[in-house]
Design a protein around this ligand. Structure first.
Ligand code: FA5
Ligand code: MG
Length: 528
């Protein structure tokens, strides 16, 4: 059960909240690359059955990628490795009896009035993923250290928001879009380079917005009866304002409807969950996204830290203008299905979702939330690696003027962007993606090599390419600059642990040596 603001009182289960009964259109045919679904089982969804024929490393000279039978030329921007491309088509969110799919189904049935949409491919244009949504040209998320590119024009989507404009353009007003998304990221138990998001949104013709007040009053009444104590200290301010083009009263009603809708979902999902006998704590914090304002994130206290579940906000009017529906306004959210499933099913490590071990898969059944029973916890094997950063990489960092930025801020560009810092520094992001830094690399530097600034995501990517899911965490444990030579030293601890078996020390030593060799060859580091 959740502990919510004492003023709200305690109650049993809340009735599923229904979307407001306002005009909506349902296209009968796929729109662009999207497949709207209503009341269909996941089996009948046109799947993105991929054939990934990219068998050699993108850093080699092969001139193209073939993904889902389509060929993409490579250029100096290509950085998507085969190990990542091989995940295309797994579609955990559409796999019956898989926790990610079970969760998708539960959320879809909660938002019963929303149309479910499945994009046909994770490959989108850079324009769709970033420009169309108002990302600044030097936004950190665009960097080669943070995103996977097939070439300068095409990339693996980093978020489901990449489909917002085309879906609004299709005429849908209330929809849920679930899909796999891809990010170069740090390695730990709650971050994985491929994960699943669900985008949810509701928009209304401006002429109907006055109806929201009544609807909000009803929703508030239902929620008041929920035993939810959700902290929400957020306010509207210059750093998280309503949009100038919006009537502030309308914007307030849309914001309220967003919060009520998501609080209703949170209660539906976690209303009966306790962790270690303790009620679950949930909080709203202010955030920043280029395509919403005001913007928020919702976090849950889990395993001793705040875990970010979703980002959301009032849709930037420009996005709706781009979609040709300027006469509508509304809200959108993007939630991490793995993050919620981890809490809901008590799954301790995000890598487990990719397991094909029947001891994992056999534990889950469609429509049911069951507590995961670990079949075994194999011992970890820590290996440290101390090295000097290559002089060229160090020079590149110095040239960018912020060599220690990454260490000070240990969250990914994505989480810095929206204010979450791995649970350590919640609040409005000051980064906002507007200032290029060492952490962002530059948008004109070709991928790879020893000449660009050292970036932890590049380090993690190579570790992942060699050791795959045998790596549980990669943690920076030390760094210093030599007082005389000025050389920079770093030390990382790599924790190797298999989810399915015990690893021998010899095996890990051999793997660690391979990881080290690749890092020396690709990043020019000098082992100390
Ligand atoms: C976004 O991706 C925005 N597109 C969300 C959004 C949509 C905002 C619509 C406003 C309107 P963010 O980068 O915070 O935001 O990611 C959303 C969620 O994805 C996170 O809250 C988290 O639950 C999940 N997530 C992010 N990175 C990872 C990762 N590496 N592994 C697993 N889950 C992740
Ligand atoms: Mg975030």
């Amino acid at each position: 059960m959740l502990r919510l603001a004492p003023s709200r009182g305690l109650l049993g289960r809340v009735k599923p909240l229904r979307a407001a009964a306002l005009p909506r259109h349902f296209p009968s045919l796929p729109v662009f690359a999207l497949y709207p679904r209503r009341n269909q089982s996941s089996n009948s969804v046109p799947s993105s059955s991929s054939s990934v024929a990219s068998s050699s490393s993108p850093s080699t000279s092969t001139s193209s990628y073939t993904v889902q039978n389509r060929s993409y030329h490579r250029d100096d921007w290509s950085n998507a490795p085969p190990v990542i491309l091989s995940k295309i088509g797994r579609n955990l969110h559409l796999t019956p009896n898989h926790p990610i799919s079970i969760l998708r189904g539960i959320i879809e049935s909660h938002f019963a009035e929303h149309t479910s949409v499945t994009p046909s491919t994770p490959i989108v244009s850079v324009y769709q993923n970033f420009d169309e949504l108002g990302f600044a040209p030097d936004h950190p998320g665009r960097s080669l250290t943070d995103s996977y590119y097939l070439n300068r024009e095409h990339m693996l989507r980093t978020h489901t928001s990449a489909h917002e404009v085309e879906t609004y353009r299709s005429g849908l007003d209330a929809w849920l879009l679930s899909a796999d998304v891809y990010r170069r990221d740090e390695i730990d138990s709650s971050h994985y380079p491929v994960f699943h998001q669900m985008e949810g949104t509701q928009v209304w013709p401006t002429t109907s917005l006055h109806e929201l007040q009544k609807r909000n009053a009803e929703l508030a009444k239902q929620l008041a009866d929920c035993p939810l104590v959700i902290e929400d200290p957020t306010t509207i301010s210059d750093s998280n304002p309503y949009q100038a083009s919006h009537d502030p009263e309308h914007a307030a009603q849309i914001t309220q409807h967003l919060k009520h809708s998501l609080n209703g979902l949170i209660f539906r999902l976690f209303g009966h969950t306790t962790q270690d006998g303790e009620p679950l704590k949930v909080r709203w914090i202010e955030a920043f996204f280029p395509f919403t304002t005001p913007s928020y994130e919702v976090e849950v206290w889990w395993n001793g830290e705040w875990l970010e579940l979703l980002g959301c906000g009032v849709v930037m009017q420009k996005t709706l203008d781009q979609a040709g529906v300027s006469h509508k306004s509304g809200w959108a959210f993007g939630l991490g299905l793995e993050r919620i499933a981890m809490v809901l099913f008590s799954i301790p490590d995000i890598r487990l979702f990719w397991s094909t071990d029947s001891r994992f898969l056999s534990q889950f059944r469609e429509g049911e939330i069951t507590t995961f029973k670990p079949y075994s916890r194999y011992p970890p094997c820590y290996k440290d690696m101390s090295f000097w950063v290559s002089p060229k990489q160090q020079a590149a960092v110095a040239a960018s003027g912020s060599g220690t930025a990454r260490v000070e801020s240990r969250a990914s560009a994505w989480e810095r962007e929206s204010g979450d810092n791995g649970g350590k520094e919640a609040g409005v992001s000051t980064a906002g993606g507007l200032e290029p830094s060492a952490t962002t690399a530059t948008t004109t530097t070709p991928v790879g090599g020893k000449d660009k600034a050292f970036h932890e995501n590049d380090y993690c990517e190579i570790v992942r390419e060699v050791a795959g899911d045998l790596v549980e965490t990669v943690t920076l444990i030390d760094e210093f600059t030599h007082p005389k030579t000025g050389r920079q030293s770093k030390a990382y601890r790599i924790n190797y642990r298999s989810m399915d078996r015990s690893l021998s020390n010899e095996e890990v030593n051999a793997l660690h040596a391979q990881v080290q060799d690749r890092l020396v060859a690709d990043m020019g580091i000098e082992i100390r």
